[in-house]
Design a protein around this ligand. Structure first.
Ligand code: G3P
Ligand code: MG
Length: 253
């Protein structure tokens, strides 16, 4: 069975201690010892992927309109940090390739969530998978699976497309709730893992996922007691916003 290289991932790079999906957030996570993170990727107008959660500007990036209304270089010049605090003003929207290269160079393992803008599922899945496949070609060839990023998505179409473009890059199905067809969907994209919202997961479902020989990940777990409970159910790994409460060595450290 495929295995996560870490039990705890810093959600969106640095959880809620720094602006999400930025290099500053990643530095915050790394400063607390995290060497495994989750972050979100979508395409800009020119088809270049950027690190971003929302499909529109306004919440984390100053401005108006959709991410897809701008080229990547325009987004990279926008302020993705000022909303969080004055000291982060001017923190840019990262280009995915640069962000991933920084992670790779610093030994930070990546769960890359493919977050397609509406209507761009197939294109986003293929672009992200091809980039990861090229960036980690040596690790893939050497069978160093613990270093190759994991692609996850709520979008079945994006995962199918990622599989088509780069089958050797592992995939996980993101599901808020495990519906009755969860295993069929996972098999269709040849997934190695299920990524479930812990709020809706039951102990019985966790056991079913493990019995199906799939890895199991939960998002976004911010309470240490709940995290312990989930690990007790057989959950393999999870991401957290509270990197101040749940460290990379949890449950021991
Ligand atoms: O990948 C897990 C989690 O990040 C999914 O939800 O909205 O925080 O990207 P969201
Ligand atoms: Mg995400």
């Amino acid at each position: 069975m495929w295995r996560y290289p870490a039990t705890v991932l810093a959600h969106r790079g640095g959880g809620t201690l720094a602006p999400e999906n930025t290099l500053a957030g990643l530095h915050q996570g790394m400063a607390r010892g995290f060497r495994a993170i989750e972050y979100d990727v979508m395409l800009a107008r020119d088809g270049v992927p950027v690190v971003m959660h929302d499909p529109c500007l306004g919440r984390t990036v100053a401005g108006t309109g959709n991410v897809f209304d701008y080229d990547a270089r325009e987004l990279a010049a926008m302020d993705a940090g000022g909303w969080f605090g004055r000291q982060y003003k001017g923190e840019p929207v990262p280009l995915f390739v640069e962000f991933a290269q920084f992670c790779k160079a610093n030994g930070v393992w990546m769960n890359i969530e493919i977050k397609p803008a509406p209507g761009y599922d197939v294109q986003t899945g293929a672009v992200v998978a091809r980039i990861v496949s090229a960036m980690f070609a040596d690790e893939i060839a050497a069978g160093e699976s613990e270093r190759v990023p994991l692609l996850s998505s709520f979008s079945h179409a994006a995962l199918l497309s990622a599989r088509e473009a780069a089958p050797q890059v592992p995939r996980a199905c993101l599901m808020s709730e495990l519906r009755p067809d969860w295993e069929r969907r996972a098999r269709e994209v040849d997934a190695v893992a299920i990524h479930a919202n812990h709020r809706h997961l039951t102990a019985g479902q966790a056991a079913q996922v493990k019995a199906a020989e799939l890895a199991l990940f939960c998002y976004t777990v911010n309470d240490p007691a709940r995290a312990r409970e989930l690990l007790g159910w057989g959950v393999d790994a999870f991401c957290t916003d509270r990197i101040d409460l749940i460290g990379p060595g949890f449950p021991i450290g």
